[in-house]
Ligand binder design. Structure first.
Ligand SMILES: Nc1ncnc2c1ncn2[C@@H]1O[C@H](COP(=O)(O)OP(=O)(O)OP(=O)(O)O)[C@@H](O)[C@H]1O
Ligand SMILES: [Mg+2]
Length: 581
C-alpha cells in the first residue's frame, strides 16, 4: 500500500520556516543581518512582549525597488549570490534568500522600503503566505520590517516560547554582539516604552567594549592582533592573570559574523592554560578574518556556526596570537608584585582612591583615555584635593608596607599596627555612604544594557517590601514578567556587574533585618561590595590614603559588620618581648 504523500505547500513552507525562525531572536537576527547587508549606518529595533507581539527593525540602508520588494518574499530570492560558485566565497551575512520568506510564512508582516530619490516607496503587507496589500508610501531611504503575532499560525511553536524577558534576553545578547562587530553602527533597542540598548557610534572595538561592559572590563583586557597565512585574529582578551568567574564573556566573530565555535573556544582555553587563577575563564572579543573560500558559513540553519577548511591552523593561530599579546603586554606580573615598586613606576596614576578599580592596572597596553568618556566611574566624592592635605596626626603615622597583599603594616608613636585593608576600606566607604545618604544625593547611573536577573520568591518579597528604601539609595529594578527583573539604575559607585551582585546581596541582607536596622545594613553591604578585597596589591599612595581616611572615621576599630580592623603591637609589648624592659 502506498503510504507516502507530498505535503501541501503551506505545510512544507511552515516546516522550512520553522528551521530558520525558532523564536523572536531569530527574526531580529535575520532582519538585522539584512539591514547590515544593505549598508545601514543606523538600526532601530523595537519590541513588544519580548518580540512575540511585535518586532520592528528599521534601517537607513540602500532600500529596495518596487520589483525587489515584491520578490524578496519568494523563497530562494536573493540579491547576494547568483550562482553555485558564489557559495564558495560568501561576503554577505545573508545568501540563501530564505529569511523573509520564512518570517512572512509564520507572522503578519509589513514591509516599507525606499531607495530614496523621487520614486515613491513601497508598502507591502502579508499575512502568513498571502499578500494582503501593496501600495505607494512616503518613506525615507531605507527599509522597515514589522513582524506582528509571530507563530500565530503555528501554535506548536508558540507554545514553546518563553516569557517576555526570556525572549528579550537572547535578543539583547545578539544585539550586543552586533554592536561589538560594528562599532560605527548606531544601534537602538526599545522594549515597549523602555530603551534597553542605546549605542551611539564609536571609533572602535575598545570604545564599544567600554560602552557595553564598563571601564573595569576594558582595563582587564589586552589587545590581540596577529596574522598567519592570510588569516588574522584581532580584538581583545583577558590580560593574565585577570579573568572572569564564568564563560559568558567569550565572543567570537568570523568575518564579522557572530558565531559559536568549538575550535575557537577550545583554542582560547588552551591559550590561557596556567595563566589564570583557579576557576577563572578568559574573557574574549575576538574577530577572525578568514579568506571567504576557507570558511563554510552554510552549515547551520541559523548561520550561527561555521566550518573551517584548515581548522588546525586556526587553532594554532589563536595560541600564537594570545602568546604574542602576552609578550607585548610585558609578560605576566605576579599578583604579588612589591607595592612600593608599583607606586614608583606609575607617576601618572592619580593618588585619588577609586574603589573597585583593579589594583593591577599599571602597565596596561592601553588605557581608556582620560576625558574621552564620561567620568561616571570615578567617585565624584573622592576627587583630588577633597581628601585634603595630610592631617598633623597622620604625619606621626607611617605606612611601612603591605603584608600578604591583604594587610597594611604601619607604625605610630604607640607601636606597630596591622590594618585589614578590606575592613578598613569598608569602614571608610560606610561613613561616606552614610553621609551621602543623609544628603540624599546618590549619584545614579543608568544601566546601558539592562542587568537581568531572576529572584527567588523570598527575594521578590524582600524587593517589594523595600522598594522605597532601595530607591532612596539609587537602585531601581523593574519587573520583566515572571520572576525576572532588570536593574535599570544603580548608585554610581558600582561597576555594572558589581551593582547586580550588590543588589542581590542587599535583598538577602535586608530581608531578615528589623525595620530600623535596614538602612545601615544596606549601606554596610554596599560598602562591603565596593571595598577592595584581601589579596589585592596596593600602591603606597593607596595604603597611605586608606590609613589616613580610616583614622578620620568616628570608629576606626571595627568594620560596619562588627569585625576588628586593626591589631596593635604596642611599643611596650615589643620591648617586653625583646626583654628590653
Ligand atoms: N533591509 C533590507 N534592505 C535592503 N534590501 C533588503 C533588506 N532586507 C532584504 N532585502 C533584500 O531582500 C532579499 C531577500 O532577503 P532575505 O533575508 O530573505 O534573503 P538573503 O538575505 O538574501 O539571504 P538569507 O536567507 O541568508 O538571509 C535580499 O537578498 C535583499 O536583496
Ligand atoms: Mg537575509
Amino acid at each position: 500500500m502506498d503510504k507516502i504523500a507530498k505535503l501541501p505547500p503551506e505545510v512544507a513552507q511552515k516546516i522550512a520556516a520553522g528551521e530558520v525562525i525558532e523564536r523572536p531572536v531569530s527574526v531580529v537576527k535575520e532582519l538585522v543581518e539584512n539591514a547590515l547587508d544593505a549598508g545601514a549606518g543606523e538600526i532601530v529595533v523595537e519590541l513588544l512582549g519580548g518580540g512575540k507581539n511585535r518586532i520592528l527593525v528599521r534601517d537607513d540602508g540602500h532600500g529596495m525597488s518596487r520589483r525587489d520588494a515584491e520578490l524578496c518574499f519568494e523563497r530562494h530570492a536573493t540579491s547576494k549570490i547568483a550562482a553555485e560558485e558564489d557559495l564558495l566565497a560568501i561576503a554577505t551575512l545573508g545568501f540563501r534568500g530564505e529569511a523573509l520568506a520564512s518570517i512572512a510564512a509564520v507572522s503578519r508582516l509589513t514591509l516599507k522600503t525606499s531607495e530614496g530619490g523621487t520614486a515613491a516607496g513601497t508598502l507591502i503587507e502579508r499575512e502568513g503566505d498571502r499578500l494582503t496589500a501593496e501600495k505607494d508610501v512616503a518613506f525615507p531611504r531605507g527599509t522597515a520590517v514589522e513582524v506582528r503575532d509571530l507563530f500565530y499560525n503555528l501554535p506548536a511553536r508558540l507554545k514553546f516560547l518563553r516569557g517576555d524577558s526570556g525572549e528579550l534576553s537572547p535578543i539583547v545578547k545578539y544585539l550586543s554582539n552586533v554592536a561589538l562587530a560594528y562599532p560605527r553602527l548606531r544601534l537602538t533597542l526599545r522594549h515597549g516604552p523602555r530603551t534597553v540598548l542605546d549605542g551611539p557610534p564609536v571609533d572602535g572595538l575598545r570604545e564599544r567594549i567600554f560602552q557595553l561592559h564598563g571601564r573595569a572590563a576594558v582595563e582587564a583586557l589586552m589587545e590581540i592582533d596577529h596574522a598567519e597565512a592570510g588569516t588574522r585574529l584581532q580584538g581583545f582578551a583577558s590580560r593574565p592573570p585577570a579573568g572572569r568567574p564564568d564563560r559568558s564573556h567569550q565572543f567570537f566573530f568570523v568575518n564579522q559574523r557572530p558565531v559559536r565555535d568549538k575550535i575557537l573556544a577550545s583554542a582560547l582555553l588552551q591559550a590561557y592554560r596556567g595563566l589564570l587563577e583557579k576557576d577563572r575563564w578568559p574573557e574574549a572579543f575576538l574577530f577572525l578574518t578568514v579568506p571567504p573560500d576557507e570558511v563554510d558559513v552554510n552549515v547551520h540553519p541559523a548561520k550561527s556556526e561555521v566550518r573551517f577548511l584548515r581548522s588546525s591552523s586556526i587553532f594554532q593561530l589563536v595560541l600564537h596570537a594570545v602568546d604574542r599579546a602576552r609578550a607585548r603586554a610585558g609578560g605576566i606580573k605576579p599578583v604579588a608584585a612589591a607595592p612600593a615598586d608599583r607606586s614608583e613606576n606609575r607617576g601618572d596614576e592619580p593618588v585619588e582612591y577609586i574603589p573597585g578599580a583593579p589594583g593591577s592596572a599599571d602597565g596596561l597596553p592601553f588605557r581608556v583615555e582620560e576625558g574621552k568618556f564620561t567620568d561616571s566611574e570615578r567617585l565624584p566624592f573622592l576627587r583630588d584635593g577633597e581628601t585634603g592635605p595630610a592631617l598633623a596626626e597622620a604625619s606621626e603615622r607611617r605606612v611601612l608596607g603591605q603584608y600578604a597583599d591583604s594587610y597594611i603594616v604601619a607604625v605610630d608613636p604607640d607601636g606597630l599596627m596591622v590594618v585589614d585593608q578590606h575592613n578598613a576600606h569598608e569602614r571608610v566607604l560606610f561613613e561616606r555612604f552614610a553621609e551621602i545618604d543623609r544628603r540624599r544625593s546618590w549619584p545614579v547611573k543608568l544601566s546601558l544594557i539592562p542587568l537581568l536577573f531572576e529572584l527567588s520568591p523570598s527575594q521578590t518579597v524582600s524587593l517589594e517590601a523595600n522598594q522605597g528604601l532601595l530607591q532612596e539609595s539609587g537602585f531601581r529594578a523593574d519587573p520583566m514578567g515572571g520572576r525576572s527583573y532588570a536593574l535599570l539604575e544603580y548608585p554610581d559607585i558600582f561597576q555594572p556587574e558589581q551593582a547586580l551582585m550588590a543588589f542581590l546581596a542587599l535583598l538577602d541582607e535586608i530581608r531578615d533585618s528589623k525595620a530600623g536596622e535596614r538602612k545601615s545594613k544596606l549601606l554596610a553591604t554596599m560598602a562591603c561590595k565596593t571595598a577592595i578585597k584581601a589579596g589585592q596589591p596596593l600602591s603606597r599612595e593607596k595604603m597611605e590614603f586608606l590609613v589616613r581616611e580610616l583614622f578620620r572615621t568616628p570608629n576606626p576599630a571595627v568594620c560596619p559588620h562588627g569585625r576588628p580592623i586593626v591589631v596593635r603591637l604596642s611599643r611596650l609589648e615589643i620591648e617586653k618581648g625583646l626583654r628590653r624592659r
